[in-house]
Design a protein around this ligand. Structure first.
Ligand code: G3P
Length: 238
């Protein structure tokens, strides 16, 4: 039942199945004021304007905003920022996966540098998600990426924590961590797709990420703090 809801919602949000293979622009809204509540809705709608380009656009929204955003966008995918491996019942304050699905989440990130969890948490969560529900596990370095790759998430996003929120993209500051993570993940589990993030700001950073073997980027402040969001999204997706 929950699987059917997910499949229908995914079809509605993504449209054509071949969109799944496009490189990804994943924008993490975090708790930025410019990406919360009504502003989250405006930002997601802005992202929607760029879904006809050669990228799969993903808005990673606060749990509070999943429902309103998923009802208002056409082709932007709406993901959760975190989920907990709990079911219905006595779990105060936890983010229960089925409810996130009911509110329109069609994917999630997990183990973000700002919300670390154990490998067991990731593993248990994966066992509870419907088949095909994308999960992007974040890794601080190659070693953590290998440990996560063994669990078989859909994506691993490598993000050196010290570069998060900064002005220098990981692709410039530490290109080797991107290419090394791609090589290590592919030799551990070839099905896992690799993204990179931290400091990504523009189209040149996206291009470099792809040249280094990543299949997309995970970013936040480059979009959430932009004076002209439309111009940034335009540049990112060129
Ligand atoms: O989840 C994305 C993130 O942690 C990178 O943030 O602000 O460096 O793009 P930022």
């Amino acid at each position: 039942m929950i699987h059917d809801i997910f499949v229908e919602e995914l079809k509605r949000q993504i449209g054509l199945p071949n969109n799944m293979n496009k490189p990804l622009i994943v924008v993490n809204f975090k708790t930025y004021e410019t990406a919360s509540g009504d502003s989250a809705l405006s930002l997601a709608k802005e992202m929607d304007k760029f879904t006809d380009r050669e990228f799969r656009m993903i808005a990673v929204a606060s749990a509070f905003d999943l429902s309103s955003i998923s009802k208002s966008v056409t082709n932007v995918e709406v993901w959760s920022q975190h989920l907990d491996p709990v079911g219905k019942g006595s779990h105060t304050g936890w983010l229960e996966p089925d409810l996130a699905l009911h509110h329109g989440a069609v994917g999630t990130i997990i183990n973000h540098a700002e919300h670390k969890v154990s490998l067991e948490h990731v593993e248990q969560l994966m066992s509870m998600l419907p088949e095909g529900f994308p999960i992007c596990a974040c890794a601080a370095d190659v070693e953590e990426a290998i440990a996560l790759a063994k669990l078989g998430p859909t994506f691993i996003a490598v993000e050196p924590p010290e570069l998060i929120g900064g002005d220098i993209s990981v692709t410039t500051a530490d290109p080797a961590i991107v290419s090394d993570t791609v090589a290590a993940v592919k030799s551990t589990n070839p099905d896992v797709r690799v993204l990179c993030g931290a400091g990504v700001k523009n189209g040149a950073d996206v291009r470099m990420a792809i040249e280094l073997g990543a299949e997309g980027v995970l970013l936040a402040s480059g979009v959430t703090k932009a004076a002209d969001v439309n111009a940034v999204l335009d540049d990112l997706t060129k």
